[in-house]
Write a protein that binds this ligand. Structure first.
Ligand code: NAP
Length: 331
């Protein structure tokens, strides 16, 4: 992902007293916590390849919790482009020695156990969040483990499916526009690829700040993008947006990253450009939660699959049969 910015004058778990042996609990002494959930279902990636390499297995071990970690009973996990790319071999030099991997970044579910230093979350709470891009044990599991600061309480107003679609994409947009570009009220922001999850999150984050937002997107995305508060939506399939988009922008977020969008983005930018990546950010997650609860940050979910159909879900994304967000449900 490339965010383009040209510089201007501004610089830029052991018993819990319950009779239910599987009841979750919190332990307050050891540094490494033993969870009663010692194994669960997980989608393993034993080797790189197409959707057929994904294997849903029972009895995959659940590691002990470190003090800052939280055990989450997953209810919904979304499919991000990164999952498909990792499956195909993206980051091979980093990930190959670590196979088998578990894919998945986003999650929504319930806290099933907490490490000894966890203070903000408690057992039974509904939470959502996203793992950082290089995590080896992902979220395509019945029980996921995330650091406390990569989770936050889920708004009651949204379902687990809706919540699981948001964090990874929205945190990527947050990092680009809020952390890196420090967008401010009144500024002009261009989002190239506003129809995707990252782009649509960026539009909603920029609108919430009070920016004037222009975007490029497909014809089917125009209505939802204008309804979200963008002032201009140019159909990249039928219009020459180099001509349609006027003036210069304080920030340009290019979620497409091909030479053409890069060139146009740089030319429409007042400042220098930076590469930017998704990074866990608790302040960002809190703001994303606040906006989601207020109905101001949504990512439409186009289709859900049971986790047992994870191969079909990846195949549908690979073949571009589904353009919008796909979510895997766990019972
Ligand atoms: N570096 C990082 O940390 C990081 C983190 C997250 C994502 N990413 C990357 O960012 C990209 C977007 O991720 P995502 O989750 O938003 O993907 P996504 O939801 O699958 O977005 C795909 C959308 O992009 C739009 N699109 C495709 N070609 C376009 C073009 N030439 N001009 C304008 N829009 C175009 C289409 O929108 P329409 O339906 O409107 O046509 C399509 O639906 C992916 O490449 C992903 O790998 C990087």
């Amino acid at each position: 992902m490339r965010r383009l910015l040209r510089r201007s004058s501004q610089t830029v778990l052991i018993g819990n007293g319950s009779s239910n042996p599987f009841a979750p609990f919190k332990v307050g002494f050891n540094k490494v916590q033993r969870t009663l959930v010692t194994s669960c279902r997980a989608v393993l990636l034993p080797r790189f390849g197409g959707p057929e390499v994904l294997e849903l297995r029972d009895n995959v071990s659940v590691p002990d919790l470190k003090p800052n970690e939280v055990l989450v009973r997953a209810r919904a996990v979304s499919v991000n482009p990164l999952d498909c790319r990792m499956r195909e071999g993206y980051g091979r030099s980093l990930f190959e020695p670590l196979l088998p991997l578990i894919l998945g970044r986003d999650i929504s579910g319930e806290v099933a156990g907490v490490g000894s230093s966890v203070r903000s979350l408690s057992v039974g709470q509904e939470v959502f969040g996203a793992l950082h891009p290089t995590a080896v044990r992902g979220t395509y599991v019945d029980y996921a483990i995330l650091p406390e600061d990569e989770l936050i309480s889920k708004p009651e107003s949204i379902s687990h499916v809706e919540a699981s679609a948001i964090p990874f994409a929205a945190l990527t947009a947050w990092r680009a526009l809020r952390s890196t570009a420090s967008i401010k009220e009144g500024q002009r922001v261009l989002v190239i690829g506003g129809g995707g999850a990252v782009g649509f999150s960026a539009i909603q984050l920029a609108v919430a700040v009070g920016c004037h937002v222009s975007t490029t997107c497909g014809s089917e995305s125009i209505g939802r993008i204008l309804a979200a508060g963008a002032e201009q939506a140019v159909d990249y399939t039928t219009e020459d947006y180099e001509v349609s988009i006027k003036g210069y922008f304080d920030a340009v977020l290019d979620t497409i990253g091909v030479p053409e969008t890069e060139r146009i983005g740089v030319n429409l930018l007042k400042r220098e450009y930076h590469w930017t990546y998704m990074r866990a950010d608790n302040e960002g997650l809190a703001e994303i939660r606040r906006l989601s609860e207020a109905g101001k940050l949504k990512i439409p979910v186009e289709k859900t699959f049971p986790i047992t159909q994870v191969r079909e879900a990846h195949e549908a994304k690979d073949k571009r049969e589904i353009f919008g967000k796909v979510v895997l449900e766990l019972d």
